[in-house]
Design a binder for this molecule. Structure first.
Ligand code: SF4
Ligand code: SF4
Length: 340
């Protein structure tokens, strides 16, 4: 038996998504990193520490997720992790493509990192490597095995698009065999490379996003099968049921997406635009002027998320009289499935 719950937004839990560099060894076809908007620099450890301190002052037990680019390419990632621990962060996660540079698993202990989270976008080598690059499947699987064998809590992220949706079901036995403890199903966002119509992944199919019917048919089913192994499964809600209220995380949650050029966003869908509501200046967090993402959060539209309507309207649908058929949820609203 499994239980499904929608994880409500809360202002009491602060989540810091900290891109400490944008450099990466891979060139995934759906990469959301946009160097023009996010910078190309690698933050020195002193800046990482100062920015972690700024958020530790704002919130008692913030959670930090170290991201890139590929965060393990940062030679001082282990020191950044230890700094977050010293500052009493509630949890520390590292998202990685599996290459685990600088022997990171030997430089930190399982007590210091809550999760190493690996990205794999196909159950087969052929599919994953088509999206993420030659050799990345084997590297990621080897990285997961090493992480599990060293006693780290290990999770896996699978980003679903039209291209790899049919392999999601095949992930069920793989996820069990690998011994991971959390499985995140992500939905592809039309940003970064995915927003470029000339990108190879776009040319492979007319649109990348799965339809509402496909999403509702396949995702909850696969999630439930994985959860039956005792693995916690999380996936975005995406489509709200008619009785469910729409909420924008920009107004009712406390999430921060930090980039190495100092931009700090509250909404990931705004990251392709200079709409950040905060920025670091001399290591102090300051508000930006108008117009920023904050002005968009206030807009109340029948389709739900304003940014979704602006950048990925393909997932909306209208009745004959022109009214919206359903609302699209905030991209950060998640369903969580657990074994009872
Ligand atoms: S591993 Fe991540 S940062 Fe690197 S190319 Fe792929 S999606 Fe982009
Ligand atoms: S994704 Fe939409 S609903 Fe969520 S924070 Fe951004 S604008 Fe708000």
């Amino acid at each position: 038996m499994t239980t499904k719950k929608t994880v409500s937004f809360s202002k009491n839990s602060t989540n810091i998504f900290f891109h400490i560099l944008t450099r990466c060894n891979l060139r995934c076809q759906h990469c959301y990193i946009n160097p023009v908007q996010h910078g190309e620099n690698t933050l020195p450890l002193s800046t990482i520490a100062a920015w972690l301190e700024a958020f530790a002052e704002k919130s008692d037990r913030a959670n930090v997720i170290f991201l890139g680019g590929e965060p393990t390419l940062h030679p001082e990632l282990s020191h950044a992790i230890k700094k977050a621990r010293q500052l009493n962060y509630g949890s520390v996660t590292v998202d990685t493509n599996g290459y685990l540079f600088h022997d990171i698993l030997s430089k930190v202990k399982p007590e210091e990192v809550d999760y190493f989270s690996f990205s794999l976008d196909g159950a087969t080598r052929e599919m994953n490597d088509k999206i993420r690059g030659e050799g990345s499947y084997d590297k990621c699987i080897a990285g997961i095995r090493e992480s599990v064998s060293k006693g780290f809590a290990t999770s896996l992220i699978y980003t679903v698009s039209k291209v790899n949706l049919h392999e999601l079901e095949m992930m069920v036995p793989l996820v069990k065999e690998l011994g991971i403890s959390r499985f995140f199903i992500q939905v592809i966002g039309i940003r970064g490379k995915s927003a470029d119509p000339s990108a190879p992944l776009q040319e492979a199919c007319d649109k990348l996003q799965v339809s509402r019917e496909e999403w509702l048919d396949i995702i909850p089913n696969v999630a439930e099968k994985v959860a039956e192994f005792g693995i916690i499964v999380t996936y975005p809600k995406v489509f709200l049921d008619p009785e469910e209220a729409f909420e924008c995380a920009g107004l009712v949650a406390d999430n921060y997406f930090i980039f190495p050029n100092g931009r700090v966003y509250r909404c990931p869908l705004c990251e392709d635009f200079p709409l950040h509501s905060l920025r670091f200046e001399d290591n102090q967090l300051v508000r930006t002027g108008k117009i920023s993402e904050s002005d968009l959060f206030e807009l109340d539209i029948p389709e739900g998320c304003v940014m979704n309507k602006l950048i990925q309207p393909e997932n909306l649908s209208y009745k004959n009289d022109g009214t919206a058929e359903y609302k699209v949820a905030c991209c950060m609203l998640k369903e969580e499935i657990l074994q009872n």
